[in-house]
Design a binder for this molecule. Structure first.
Ligand code: CDP
Length: 223
């Protein structure tokens, strides 16, 4: 079993940035599981076409997924984020993406000793035995503001009030779906980043997961 850090949380809570920084810190591989759902959304004509979404999920290749991890701007828009939360409701889509994520956790690419995976159901469904689990949240207004700054930084214009409405709607859809809803695992460590900048949030995340990761690194390897 490799070491796994599960970083779940609400939309635009900063979990992706935290997961990336944690992976760099420990020398682990990082998987942004949201990019899988975003890729499915990108590859369907209409997000409400369940059969087409299943086909798109089944035909995702490791190469496409790897390319998307390298910051594919096409999947980063708010529209694709909303469409991703629609296709993420379909059990056939979640089922098609399950094994890829579990394989990544069990055998992190590049021979890394561990994996950091961010998403919504990593600590609850994908890796219930993860070494450490974080659940990241922040006030919705703060999350909308950060997403607005992120888009502005990329030269895109966005309406902050519209971003807030989209984030709230996406959280609602993620929380209310019957399969793999957005919720903290019972053993998740909660991190509220409302009043924390990136460095402070990373320091807080590290303080929470480091003892568990160090303990696992010291343990003798199991077969
Ligand atoms: O980065 P952000 O928080 O805006 O979103 P994301 O992590 O890229 O996820 C986009 C959408 O994919 C979410 O709103 C969820 O509906 C879905 N998702 C999911 O259902 N399960 C995951 N493990 C990751 C994402």
């Amino acid at each position: 079993m490799s070491i796994v850090i599960a970083v779940d949380g609400t939309a635009a809570s900063g979990k992706g940035t935290l997961a990336k920084k944690l992976a760099e810190h420990f020398g682990f591989a990082h998987l942004d599981s949201g990019s899988l759902y975003r890729l499915v959304a990108l590859n369907v004509a209409h997000a409400d076409d369940e059969a087409d979404a299943a086909r798109a999920a089944q035909s995702l290749s490791a190469a496409t997924i790897e390319a998307a991890q390298r910051d594919d701007a096409r999947i980063r828009s708010a529209e694709i984020g909303c469409a991703a939360s629609v296709v993420a409701v379909y059990p056939c889509v979640r089922e098609a993406l399950l094994q890829f994520q579990r394989d990544f956790a069990a055998r992190p690419p590049g021979g890394a000793e561990g994996a950091v995976i961010d998403g919504r159901d990593i600590g609850t469904v994908i890796c219930p035995n993860a070494t450490a689990k974080l659940f990241v949240d922040a006030a919705p207004e703060m999350r909308a503001h950060r997403r607005w700054l992120e888009l502005k930084g990329r030269g895109e214009t966005a309406d902050e009030a519209k971003l807030l409405a989209e984030i709230v709607e996406r959280d609602r859809r993620d929380r209310e779906r019957p399969l793999s809803p957005l919720e903290p695992a019972p053993d998740a460590l909660l991190l509220d980043t409302t009043h924390l900048d990136i460095d402070a949030a990373f320091a807080a995340a590290l303080a929470l997961v480091q003892p568990k990761v160090e303990e696992a690194l010291k343990a003798p390897p199991q077969g």
